[in-house]
Design a protein around this ligand. Structure first.
Ligand SMILES: [Mg+2]
Length: 262
């Protein structure tokens, strides 16, 4: 837990501020209070199925004040990662989501000599042929990036296979693990804090996923706050391989918690 005064608050979106894009009680007032208290605020989500601007629109519709560029998605974080680690490289992307937030990444076909392979958000367009050819490039030494590590996502019809499940398959086939960009990897946290000019020890991450949001942020040097909304379940907290710095009922409790840490 940090000894520094808190200057920045990173917020997970789904399960913290909204559920199915409907606002959770008090979320809009709590975000407004954090802003008026002077904290730098950023919004971090592993979402690959929506663009930053569409997420910002949905949050504004839910009454939450946000600028598009305050939002980091697994897709936008991957663009930043590629620009930093593989600038100008030809990238083979397998992604079922919108790619607007990849910016000027040079996307090429599998036959155009890709230098880096990226596994994006999984979906119906993921096919055996593409996955096999992507795996072959990884086996031949192409850097392997996964937008996030979640193996499944839940729908009203049950679970669906997500990026992490396919990344695991490619790792099993090649012996090569991907560089994961989204949570629980530290990249999204550290990039957001770099933008805010804030040390991890002066930042808080608020999320409903004890591992991907809270313990991952704590591993990166931030203070972690778990909310008992969204996907929170007492048994998941019990089974977690660590303990959140703080557990509160909802985002509504966060401004007072932070005031107490000052
Ligand atoms: Mg969440």
């Amino acid at each position: 837990m940090s000894e520094l005064p808190i200057k920045a608050v990173l917020l997970d979106i789904d399960g913290v501020l909204v559920a199915s894009w409907e606002p959770l009680d008090g979320a809009s007032d709590a975000v407004a209070e954090l802003r008026s208290s002077g904290y730098g605020v950023r919004f971090l989500t592993n979402t690959t199925s929506r663009t930053r601007s569409s997420i910002a629109d949905a949050l504004r519709d839910a009454g939450i004040e946000v600028d598009d560029d305050e939002i980091s998605t697994a897709t936008s974080a991957t663009a930043a990662h590629l620009a930093r680690e593989h600038p100008g490289c030809r990238v083979l992307l397998l992604d079922d989501g919108p790619i607007d937030d990849l910016g000027d990444v040079d996307l090429v076909d599998v036959d155009d000599d890709p230098e880096v392979v990226v596994l994006g958000g999984a979906g119906p367009r993921f096919g055996w042929e593409q996955l096999s050819r992507l795996a072959a490039l990884v086996a031949e030494g192409a850097p392997f990036v996964a937008m996030h590590g979640s193996a499944v996502w839940q729908t009203s019809d049950g679970l669906r296979l997500d990026t992490g499940a396919f990344a695991t398959a490619i790792e099993a086939a090649t012996g090569i693990a991907p560089t994961v960009v989204g949570k629980p990897a530290p990249v999204m946290f550290t990039d957001a804090l770099a933008e805010l000019g804030c040390d991890p020890g002066a930042a808080v991450m608020v999320g409903d996923d004890v591992r991907s949001d809270v313990l991952a942020a704590q591993d990166a040097g931030l203070t972690g706050v778990l909310v008992r909304t969204g996907k929170f379940r007492p048994e998941l907290l019990e089974a977690a391989e660590g303990e959140p710095d703080h557990v509160v009922d909802s985002i509504v409790d966060v401004p007072a918690l932070l005031a107490g840490l000052r």
